[in-house]
Design a protein around this ligand. Structure first.
Ligand code: EPZ
Length: 417
């Protein structure tokens, strides 16, 4: 397993281009199941999770070509309707092929994703919605077995605004007979991006980005031709990198409007995020002050930025109370940050962070995607060397992050193991 060796203490300076959004790419790839033909997706990041989805689509019978951030997916008909456990267990987002497979082919056998480091990650809301649309679903030996003649429209209410649940049902409803209404839908920019991609395929989706989405089913769709939005979480990570190292970074291609809650909160702490002609310019305006945080569904502060924000609060003046409301176990970066001298206590879903003067480099271990980003950020600011182990977690969601940080002046080396 590769490691990252970071020598901290250098302000990061320069410009870096943010890659396409992982969480917009994965649903767009799943949407190619909805119709045969030659699909094109641009601005695709080179990530482990994208490779996993690529392997899943090939397993199902698709042909996938990928170069220079452009993916060509040729669907000549799905031949294998099973998403096997050994693929799904490495990436929960594999569940996104379930809705399209049932809608287009009337059958699917998808492994239950199982939990992951940050939580149980149930899919009951996905299944509830599909059943309301007429799918017959059984759970056998850890697999979701689904059948449907033709899905029909339904009124679906999510008691939690699930992101991939909204995306799965939006895709399924696109080919259903009649109108589907999703209430308490997720409002993330990635949901809006998928709706735009589907509408360009000929779907009739109204209201994506709001809490109520209406989908008028059509009989068939045209191939996808879509450019995914920039990754707002990668953008937020670079904003924190500028602040925590006392540098200044211009983030090219960044979309400030996807990060309002993050930018507002960071500016409260003393971080500056100015829009520039090419994207966003981030730097530390004044000594970083502690601020409290509560993660919320979009448009609130995203859970995927909680660990990165916590790294910044470790070195802030004052005490920050951070409340994680989305996932039940998303504080695994805390033990590792404490190895670096951070002063953090956890009580249930609340972490209390007392700012310290400095962090000290140490060997630490990544446990999940955003926790690993938090450890890299802490290492960039710490005195001395930090060795981050198991960085395959980082590679799931960040395209060449070490190379990008190196161009900004970071002393960071990837150690191949
Ligand atoms: C998406 O996961 C993202 N992944 C996650 O990003 C992100 O953290 C999460 O949304 C929240 O924003 C992708 O888009 C591929 P949810 P998802 O369904 O869809 C509960 C990253 O770092 N829930 O919105 O799986 C669930 O337990 C990843 O890039 C149910 O109870 O998240 C959680 O508490 C990590 N039943 C809450 O809803 C369901 O059927 C939100 O989960 C579905 C979800």
């Amino acid at each position: 397993m590769d490691q990252l060796l970071i020598t901290g203490g250098r302000p990061l300076k320069g410009a870096v281009k943010v890659s396409g959004a992982k969480n917009a790419t994965l649903p767009a790839m799943a949407a190619t199941v909805l119709t045969e033909g030659r699909h094109i997706i641009r601005n695709v990041p080179l990530l482990r999770d994208v490779k996993t989805m690529d392997r899943l689509l090939v397993h199902m019978g698709m042909d996938v070509r990928f170069e220079n951030s452009t993916m060509i997916i040729t669907n000549r008909g799905v031949r294998n309707f099973e998403a096997p456990y050994d693929l799904v267990k490495t990436m929960r987002a594999s569940i996104l092929v379930l809705g399209p497979m049932i809608a287009r082919y009337g059958r699917a056998r998808v492994s239950l994703p199982g939990g992951c480091a940050i939580g149980a990650r149930p899919v009951n809301l996905h299944l509830m919605g599909l059943e309301k649309m007429g799918a017959r679903i059984e759970l056998n030996q850890g697999y979701i077995e689904a059948r449907a003649s033709r899905l029909h429209g339904a009124d679906i209410y999510f008691d939690i605004p699930t992101v991939t649940g909204t995306e799965n049902l939006m895709m399924a409803a696109s080919l259903a007979k009649g109108v589907t209404r999703i209430e308490n839908a997720a409002r993330e920019p990635e949901v809006v991006d998928l709706a735009e991609a589907l509408n360009n395929m000929g779907a009739r989706i109204y209201g994506a980005g709001e809490s109520i989405i209406n989908i008028e089913g059509v009989d068939e769709l045209n191939p996808l031709n879509h450019t995914v939005i920039p990754d707002r979480i990668e953008t937020g990570t670079f904003i924190v990198a500028a602040a925590i190292t006392g540098g200044e970074i211009e983030i090219l291609n960044a979309r400030a409007e996807h990060l309002e809650a993050v930018i507002t909160k960071l500016e409260e702490t003393g971080v500056a995020c100015d829009t520039s002609a090419r994207g966003l310019r981030a730097y530390k305006r004044s000594p970083i002050q502690a601020r409290d945080l509560k993660t919320m569904p979009y448009p609130g502060f995203p859970t995927d930025m909680q660990a990165q924000f916590m790294a910044l609060m470790c070195l802030a003046e004052g005490t920050s109370v951070i409340r994680e409301t989305i996932f039940e176990n998303r504080f695994m970066h805390v033990a590792e940050l404490k190895r670096m001298g951070a002063d953090i206590t956890i009580e249930g879903s609340i972490a209390t962070v007392k700012g310290v003067k400095a962090l000290k480099g140490a060997p630490v271990m990544a446990t999940d995607l955003r926790a690993s980003a938090s450890l890299v950020l802490a290492g960039l600011a710490a005195e001395g060397e930090t060795l981050v182990d198991r960085i395959y977690h980082l590679d799931r969601g960040y395209e060449r992050l070490d190379d990008k940080l190196k161009t900004l002046g970071a002393r960071i080396e990837r150690i191949k193991r």
